[in-house]
Design a protein around this ligand. Structure first.
Ligand SMILES: Nc1nc2c(c(=O)[nH]1)N[C@@H](CNc1ccc(C(=O)N[C@@H](CCC(=O)N[C@@H](CCC(=O)N[C@@H](CCC(=O)O)C(=O)O)C(=O)O)C(=O)O)cc1)CN2
Ligand SMILES: [Zn+2]
Length: 758
């Protein structure tokens, strides 16, 4: 008889009210002690274990807490601390934060996207000299702490293969060195940790291997086989659940099914295509299949009938079956019930982390005891699914999309555009600009909070924002920048701000999701057909442009990024949704042009993030991504200059798409890669304006004029001065004013020096 259980692969950790964010920022600012921070963390862990156990999960994940990032935790656990951080001589906690955030003398680890999500992890640096050793026992202590509270957890660790595949070679490593070369040594340390967990009483552990959802070379698959053969052979270890998620595990699936492990976790939402291959995997018969049937990445209530039908087909295939989430719930907010202002109809369609735990438990019970036992849950889910399916059609939007023709996504010849733009803008060589946001001061945030709470009226709020815009414009004039911005003070977030004004989107009050460290976002919910009831940014842009003779750059977020950083309807192809969003932005671009704005930037920082993990799926994505950007940015005169901005990624895989966007100017993160992206752009014949970021805004460090000048010289070797722009890497909203002013002043000084030499 198959045993049927329920579990989730992970849970949010920032706290239902962002308690961890506040505790971290207070500790960093020196306003509280390490013990205070630890106490907040301990309470958050205890609350999570208690809630998950009380909800009725058969297995509760443990070690899902992190002070900053789970990949960083893994590096510290196994002793992969770069010497520049170890040598600071700080406490363990402060060494950890030095790796995450850097210090004046030691830059942090690089930060990049966690697969195709908006979560960012810290990239471990592994070199030939890295000595792996079990150096931190947080995972064991976490298990003991839960047990003391009466909850037996299943500690979650990043799998060794994924850890090394996400790492990068340390500076100075030989060219042919790859972190994965160190797998055998790392496995020694994993074996030690597994043995300690077993000794502490852990029956199970979970090893996460999401790297298996991407294309993997034969040698990597061989490494997978060897990894779990070695770990599997040990008798002094807990039972192992190896979970692959974010897609179909492809060739890795049969390897896991045959491995000497006790459970395999599969993502049957993003990797639903794997279902047909499960029956052929005889290795599953003596294992537990952890079936990821509840979407851990999106917020729609699960179609429980459909999930049960799928689950029923799994029962004969494996020894035991556990119903689970497709991945960790880290990527969704805590609780729909915390929302007071959601439209009741939309709210009925939603499940956040707590509700998803309930769904998993209900599915497990339905399978084990019978559908009757959860009749109410099934009926509610059915009603929600039916209600969502019948709502959300706006015929006007659909007719407009249907009427689109290829010429709606095409602008005139670039050379003519460039000429018309130069005539209107009269920019010097090496024009300087910024990426849009200026520091979001406490005053600005407080004004917004006060306005939301009704303590100040709309007129007063707008007055404060206009004052802030004036301050930012004057500052830019003083600094001598060429293309100005209004600074985005009125925006809580570059996606949420637009979602709040577009029909078809809902936004939340408490729906925070961790983006990195203490930084969170409230991803909007794109539930219906999208259109723009009225202009969104024109008044602010006009207000800024009135203050100055220099061109002010209008600032919008592109369709791909709007989708990527929202929870998006799953009842139609993303391409269709993107087209609707693109039309709304297109209307805004035209209105900005009509208001006298001559430069419009349409940000697409998530262009690379949404790129499918498997190469075979990429062309289709890139086609709709590029087409929707072009749809948003065509339909204006040649003389209006379109900028785009890309950041947070390696761009090698999307370089052709960047060219195809047909923007007049592309600003792109490059400071950390020493301008390499320029060679990539040259290689594919990109011959438009380009602004490789000349300093890293993610660090409080102020770049010196010499450094900036060096980078610009490197850039000028690849790009002629007529096409080269000078700008920071990204927006300045997370920075302070003193460092921002200093950095921009150095940026302008360095530019002037190079101009003089032209
Ligand atoms: N959506 C999105 N994804 C992104 C980025 C981005 O900008 N947006 N950038 C990249 C990096 N990710 C980032 C994610 C978040 C933040 C960030 O700064 N987030 C802020 C919150 C931004 C926000 O929504 N602010 C609101 C709400 C602010 C707030 O917390 N208010 C207080 C009260 C006000 C106060 O006294 O401060 C409250 O509600 O409790 C506002 O300004 O209105 C934070 O965590 O601190 C930065 C980068 C990639 N992904
Ligand atoms: Zn950016």
């Amino acid at each position: 008889m198959t045993f049927i259980g329920s579990t989730v692969l992970g849970f949010p950790r920032i706290g239902p009210d962002r308690e961890l964010k506040r505790a971290l920022e207070s500790y960093w600012a020196g306003r509280s002690a390490e013990a205070d921070l630890r106490e907040v963390a301990r309470r958050l862990r205890a609350d999570t274990w208690r809630d998950l156990a009380a909800a009725g999960l058969d297995s509760v994940p443990g070690n899902t807490f992190s002070y900053y990032d789970q990949v960083l935790d893994t590096a510290v656990t196994f002793g992969a601390v770069p010497s520049r951080h170890a040598e600071l001589g700080l406490s363990p906690m402060d060494t950890y934060f030095a790796m995450a955030r850097g210090t004046a003398s030691a830059p942090p680890l690089e930060m990049t996207k966690w697969f195709d999500t908006n979560y960012h992890y810290l990239v471990p640096e592994i070199g030939p000299e890295t000595r792996f050793a079990l150096s931190d026992r947080t995972a064991v202590e976490d298990f003991r702490e839960a047990r003391k509270l009466g909850v037996e957890t299943r500690p979650v660790l990043i799998g060794p293969l994924t850890f090394l595949l996400l790492a990068k070679p340390a500076d100075g490593a030989p060219d042919d060195f790859r972190p994965i070369d160190k797998l055998p040594e790392l496995l020694d340390a994993y074996e030690e940790l597994l043995a300690e967990l077993r000794k502490a009483g852990a029956e199970w552990v979970q090893l996460d291997e999401p790297a298996l959802a991407a294309d993997r070379a034969p040698a990597e698959l061989e490494a997978l086989r060897n990894t779990y053969r070695r770990l599997g052979d040990r008798s002094d270890r807990p039972k192992m659940l190896v979970a692959g998620y974010f897609g179909d595990l492809g060739d890795a699936l049969p390897i896991l099914a045959a491995a000497q492990i006790e459970a395999v976790g599969v993502d049957l939402v993003a990797g639903a295509s794997a279902i047909d291959r499960l029956p052929a995997l005889s290795g599953l018969r003596d294992k537990t299949l952890v079936a990821g049937l509840v979407d851990g990445r999106n917020v729609w209530r699960t179609d429980l009938d459909r999930a049960l039908t799928t689950a029923a087909t799994l029962l004969g295939l494996a020894g035991d079956v556990a119903v689970s989430t497709s991945c960790s719930l880290l990527h969704v907010p805590y609780d729909v019930d915390a929302e007071n202002d959601l439209d009741p109809q939309v709210r009925q369609w939603l499940a956040f982390a707590r509700q998803k735990v309930g769904e998993v438990v209900a599915l497990g019970r339905a399978l084990r005891v019978g559908r009757e036992s959860v009749r109410g849950e099934l009926e509610n889910a059915r009603a929600a699914v039916a209600s969502r399916a019948s709502a959300n059609r706006d015929q006007r939007v659909r007719a407009r999309v249907d009427s689109l023709r290829p010429e709606h996504s095409r602008r005139g010849d670039y050379r003519e555009r460039a000429e018309a733009q130069q005539k209107s803008l009269r920019l010097p060589p090496l024009p300087t600009t910024t990426i849009g946001s200026f520091p979001q001061t406490t005053d600005v945030r407080k004004a917004r909070a006060a306005h939301r709470a009704g303590r100040i009226g709309l007129a007063e709020y707008q007055r404060r924002m206009r004052d802030e815009i004036e301050r930012v414009v004057r500052l830019q004039e003083k600094l001598g920048l060429d293309v100005l911005v209004h600074g985005e003070p009125e925006r809580n977030d570059m996606v949420q701000y637009f979602a709040e004004q577009l029909a078809g989107f809902a936004t939340t009050e408490h729906g925070w999701v961790q983006s990195y460290g203490s930084r969170c976002v409230r991803p909007p919910i794109l539930f219906g057909d999208v259109h723009r009831p009225e202009s969104m940014t024109v008044e602010w842009a006009r207000c800024a442009q009135r203050l100055t003779d220099k061109p002010v750059k209008g600032m919008l977020t592109g369709p791909v990024t709007m989708l990527s950083w929202s929870f998006v309807r799953d009842d139609q192809p993303e391409a269709d949704t993107a087209r609707q969003v693109a039309l709304a932005i297109r209307d805004e671009v035209r209105d900005l042009e009509a208001a006298g704005i001559r430069v419009v930037q349409v940000d697409e920082p998530a262009l690379r993030e949404l790129l499918p993990l498997r190469a075979a799926d990429r062309p289709a994505y890139l086609e709709w991504a590029v087409e929707s950007f072009r749809l948003a940015t065509s339909g204006i005169s040649d003389g209006t200059q379109i900028h785009t901005h890309l950041c947070y990624s390696e761009f090698g895989d999307v370089i052709d798409a960047i060219v195809a966007l047909d923007a007049d100017v592309t600003s792109i993160e490059a400071a950390r890669s020493r301008m390499e992206v320029l060679d990539d752009l040259n290689a594919v014949g990109y011959a438009r304006g380009v602004g490789p970021g000349v300093y890293d805004i993610h660090s409080p460090r102020v770049p010196q004029p010499d450094e900036v000048a060096d980078l610009l010289r490197a850039a000028l070797a690849a790009v002629p001065a007529e096409r080269l722009w000078v700008n920071p890497d990204c927006g300045l909203k997370t920075r302070d004013y003193p460092e921002t002013e200093a950095a921009l002043s150095n940026l302008v000084a360095a530019t002037q020096r190079l101009r003089d030499g032209l």
